[in-house]
Design a protein around this ligand. Structure first.
Ligand code: NDP
Length: 531
């Protein structure tokens, strides 16, 4: 990949502002995106290497296999081929990262930040390329892909500034006769294990935060999105992340990921993914391996079962629009997706009518054509969604959808689906579906609504639609989720504005994109000098 393609478009050392989303109502922007998409389509099938210590591993070489990434809109289409790395690669990558840590930890924070500013600038100037690749590899529509890339740019810009801020953040009480300081120093080698659903933003954020803080990284992209992971890794390398500081090894989580988690070199694990895998990692990381000198730190962001509560005073049009957008944006495959609408009985019927009208407007199709909703990411995600729809048929009444959509290309499409009359303790009310399936749950009053809102093992995002000020205040205290919204949807967190992370089984509440996040990849050192 040539760095010459990336041309700086604006200086980075200004105050942080969010990367603007592309306005696709502007024909010029649509044309530019279509051109990027055509270019990505022309590149489909290409083989892209991983790398360890700056040495590339081409698919099928150096003991690797071939990991073929396909288009969920048309699974016979190969988007690209990545190396399928092994546990042996993971060990080598960890050793390379440990060696690189000895120099990277001493690189001044401003220099580390400069590399990330440059990477952000490079991605900004090539943003439609990154987004177009997501349209093909994980079935995002244009706006969802654009939002994902904007967030990745934000993360790099934000964490670069944070690295500089944390470098001088230590505060101690003055004592006569001593010069005292508190410095934040990096941890060491990090295992970065992201999911496929924000394959640019989350992967890029987790990686760049660790590197900005002075750590070194072994990155294993999710197996459903290796090509976008590799593209981000190559961009970081071209921006100036030195050999060994970032190593990227696509491969199966059950082998490569496990080795990264269990290895004695690993100082911390930065994981985002399902509750099941997260819990396994948490447990394994607690074991101290032979020769291991530290307790591993685990940052684990996991699943959600997110609710929008609609009371009898709410603006029902706005609430229905918010629920539809949060339930079906990226086919319900967001950890923050609304999968439960909890609705006061007094407005239940009216609200359900609005939902029915709203869902009828959700177009489904190949994301190259930019519909509202694309496919599920994989055959297994598709099957899981259909299994939950079968459960929903037992547990409630089908209001809309409920079927797979067959296409000639065999994409993993399922209709946007709504079940009404779901009981608060039903499986559809408790378990993460991760697909376009909404459960509508009636509640008797506000108190009951709060109870249902809080009745899952998760605690990631949620929203309340109300026109009652006192309920907003009460909601702030009692609705127990990490990201709580009022009179707006529960998806769409912005870096800096809405630090992101959940309570309970949604994870360690890391608050990605917030001022506390970098501290998770640092340790504090107290230094006292007699003067
Ligand atoms: P998974 O847990 O299946 O996978 C996440 C990552 O873990 C992948 O890279 C995977 O590799 C890897 N992995 C799998 N098994 C192991 C193992 N035994 N040891 C180490 N690593 C392993 O999640 P998904 O990728 O399917 O992502 C969807 C989930 O992520 C949902 O539950 C969603 O709610 C959650 N999520 C949470 C967010 C949050 O901020 N709280 C944000 C985004 C998603 P491989 O792909 O090779 O299996």
């Amino acid at each position: 990949m040539s760095a010459a393609r990336y041309l700086p478009t604006r200086p980075s050392m200004t105050d942080f502002t969010n990367e603007p989303f592309t306005d696709f109502s502007d024909p010029a922007n649509r044309e530019a995106f279509q051109a990027a998409l055509d270019a990505e389509i022309a590149r489909m099938g290409e083989a892209v290497p991983g790398f360890i210590d700056g040495v590339e591993i081409a698919p099928g070489e150096d003991g690797s296999g071939e990991l073929t990434s396909t288009n969920p809109c048309a699974p016979s289409e190969v988007v690209g081929v990545a190396p399928q790395c092994t546990s042996e690669h993971a060990e080598r990558a960890l050793e390379a990262a440990a060696k690189a840590f000895l120099t990277w930890r001493d690189v001044p924070a401003a220099e580390r930040a400069a590399v990330l500013f440059k990477a952000a600038e490079m991605m900004r100037s090539a943003k439609h390329e990154f987004s177009a690749l997501m349209v093909l590899e994980v079935g995002k529509n244009w706006a969802e892909a654009d939002g994902d890339t904007a967030e990745a740019i934000d993360f790099m810009d934000f964490y670069a500034r944070e690295a500089v801020r944390w470098d001088t953040a230590g505060r101690v009480t003055p004592v006569a006769g001593e010069a005292n300081e508190l410095r934040y120093v990096p941890l060491g080698v990090g295992a970065v294990i992201p999911p496929w659903n924000f394959p640019n933003a989350i992967l890029c954020g987790m990686t760049s935060a660790a590197i900005a803080a002075g750590n070194t990284v072994v990155l294993k992209p999710a197996s459903d999105s290796p090509m976008i992971g590799l593209r981000v890794a190559h961009l970081l390398r071209e921006a100036g992340v030195p050999d060994g500081v970032l190593n990227v090894i696509p491969g199966p989580g059950s082998k490569v990921g496990e080795t990264m988690v269990n290895h004695a070199i690993t100082r911390f694990i930065s994981f985002t993914g399902s509750k099941e895998v997260g819990l396994g990692i948490y447990e394994k990381a607690s074991r101290v391996g032979e020769g291991q000198l530290w307790l591993k730190r685990v940052v684990a962001e996991m699943g959600g079962k997110d609710s929008i509560l609609v009371d009898e005073t709410a603006d029902l049009d706005e609430a229905a629009a918010g629920v539809i957008s949060a339930a079906y944006g990226y086919t319900g495959q967001k950890c923050s997706a609304c999968s439960r609408a909890i609705v006061h009985r007094d407005v239940y019927d009216e609200f359900v009518e609005r939902l029915k009208a709203g869902v009828a407007e959700v177009s489904v199709g190949d994301t190259r054509d930019n519909p509202a909703m694309g496919p599920l990411v994989s055959q297994s995600a598709y099957q899981t969604t259909l299994d939950y729809i079968a459960i929903g048929r037992e547990e409630g009444e089908l209001l809309a959808g409920g079927n797979a959509i067959e296409t000639q290309a065999g994409g993993y499409y399922v209709e946007p689906t709504i079940f009404t009359g779901i009981a608060p303790d039903a499986r559809l009310s408790q378990e993460e579906v991760f697909g376009p399936v909404l459960a509508v749950i009636p509640c008797d009053d506000f108190e009951h609504g709060i109870e249902v809102f809080n009745n899952t093992e998760y605690g990631l995002t949620g929203a309340l639609y109300t026109n009652d000020e006192s309920r907003i205040e009460e909601g702030k205290r009692r609705l127990h989720v990490g990201n709580l919204y009022f009179n707006r949807k529960c998806t769409g967190a912005l870096v800096g504005a809405h630090p992101f992370g959940g309570f309970n089984m949604s994870g360690t509440d890391s608050k990605a994109g917030g001022g506390d996040y970098l501290g998770l990849f640092l340790q504090a050192k107290t230094i006292s000098t007699k003067v």
